[in-house]
Structure formats: structure tokens, C-alpha cells
Design a protein around this ligand. Sequence first.
Ligand code: GDP
Ligand code: CA
Length: 327
Amino acid sequence: MRKETSPITKIVVPAGGIGGARFLRGLQRAAPDADITVIGNTGDDISLFGLRVCPDLDTVMYTLGGGINEQQGWGRDDETFSVKEELARYGVGPGWFGLGDRDFATHIVRNQMLDAGYPLSAVTEALCERWLGPADDQRLRLIPMSDDRVETHVVITDAQGRRAVHFQEWWVRLRASVPAESIVAVGAEDAKPAPGVLDAIADADAVILPPSNPVVSVGTILSVPGIRPAMAAKTVVGVSPIIGGAPVRGMADACLTAIGVETSALAVAAHYGPELLDGWLVDTADAPDADAAVAGITVRARPLLMTDVDATADIARAALELAAELR
Ligand code: GDP
Ligand code: CA
């Protein structure tokens, strides 16, 4: 007799920026009737130009709302940079961080609300009403991992000596060219999950880890006390961001090296560990032989390049099928 698998209709996805957002677009295509709760990484957040910048939340919001710059993967489409140019004429930077005119509007709204005392989760909900529709009608809901300030800092040694810099400075300005000695989510220990985060996990049929950065996106979300054990109690299936021993885009290898994890699909699965992860999708290029697989984690090989929304939907479908099997 064939074992019945009940459909997965409530899904939680802890997501970073570009990899997470692109995966979510495929997941929506693969499961149009599912309720999806996205737990967004806020470890990349930084204060610049007097404004609170939340790159990963905005990348998810713009991508799913149709306002993203598709080529770049972040920022607004049809963007101009007059405000930034004017700021530069006052000598106000940093020049290395791209914030366009349209994007500035989002940040002004966010700052007004934060200054008025709203927590980041409420601000995010308000911003998402524009992009994802009225909160009560949303099939996909975006919640920051925490309303408390958590910031990823990176310890480096350069001409200025040994020092900690904000993750954005290491990633965007230095392009991770200086090795990270350690990566610290400052404030994580004392942070609380944002309202709705733990309830969504408890209520979920499955948690799907998108191909987001395992260290500074998913890893940071998991470092907020309470989130990892809540997820570990669920069926969790992940999609490898590492294909053929390298990140598909970005410098995730530099982050993995910093925490002593080899840049390979299976090493990332072992890093998450079998207490958290039940299933793991690797690319066909990484199809493991049986004894190379990680104990306690079901590994399956599928093409994992998110070349377009259809290909990404196939990846999402494979993740949901594996989750349904492992439930
Ligand atoms: P960020 O916050 O913008 O850096 O984005 P994420 O943390 O969400 O995702 C970054 C990760 O996505 C990188 O480690 C990439 O290797 C991975 N990635 C990007 N495109 C693809 C793809 O097409 N397939 C897979 N499997 N991973 C991808
Ligand atoms: Ca990010």
C-alpha cells in the first residue's frame, strides 16, 4: 500500500537576501495555495545616511512585489541616484553603499515609523502592504527575525590593525578580500524572536531553508534564542547554496572558511546538523555516493540553479516533496 503524504500548506522559510528572495518566488509558483511565513535576516542591517537600512528584508519585499532590479538582485528597478550624488557633494557618504532615489523613499517611511516608536516587525508589515497586498490577504508574510537590534560584525586585520567592522563594510566595501577571523552576530544572545515568529514555526507543516548564506543569513536567524530549537522540532529540508564546491554568487565561501566549515554542499549540511536538518537537496553536480552522505540527513540530488522562475519552482517542488516524505 502506498503511504499517504498529507500536503504541506503551511511553510516557514528563514531567508537572507538574493538567494532567499529568488527561491521564494519559485516556492510561490510551486505552492500557490500555501501559507508562507518568511523570517527575514536583519543581521545585515546598518544605519547609513541617518537611516536604518535593512537590505535582506527589502530584497525579499521588492523581489516578491515586482519592484526589484532584476539584474542586480537588490535595490529598485528604474533607479536613479540623485540623492546620493547630492549627499556626496556635501561630502556625506559612504559612497560604497548603493541607495537610490526610489529606495530612499522606503527608508524614509521606515525611519519615520521607527522614530514614532513602532517595532521593526510593524514597520515591515506596513511597508509590505504596498508590495504584497493587505496584511490580512497575504499568502506570504514577511517578519523580521527579531525587533531587537542584531548586527553582524566581522573581525579582520588590515593596515589599520585588528578590528571589527560591520558586515556590510567587509562584504560591500572590501568584497570579503580581507579574511574574516571571526563573524559575530552582536546582540543576538539577548534578542527575542519578533512577534509571530515562534507561532509560525510551531504552526508550520515544514521549514524550508532556501539557498541563503548558511553563516550570515540562515546562521544569523538561527542564532536568535528560541528559533533553532523551534525549527528543529519540525520537518526541515534545505537547499544547498553551494554547487560544485563554490557559492553560485557572492562570497559565502569566505564566511564558511571563517567558521571552519569546508565550502561543499555536504559540509554545509553537516554544519546545520541532523538535529536541525531532515532533508538536504544538493545539485546533481554534487550527487553524493551513499557513504559520503551525512548521517541522519536524507540527501537528494536535483539541478539547483535558479536560472528562471520555472527552474526555481522545480527546486521548491523537490524540497516540498522531500519534506512531505520525511514528515
Ligand atoms: P544575500 O543576503 O543577498 O547574500 O542572499 P542570501 O543569503 O539569501 O543568498 C546568498 C546565497 O545564494 C549564496 O551563497 C549563493 O551561493 C546562493 N545562490 C545564489 N543563486 C543561486 C542558485 O541559482 N542556486 C543555488 N543553489 N544557490 C544560489
Ligand atoms: Ca544578506
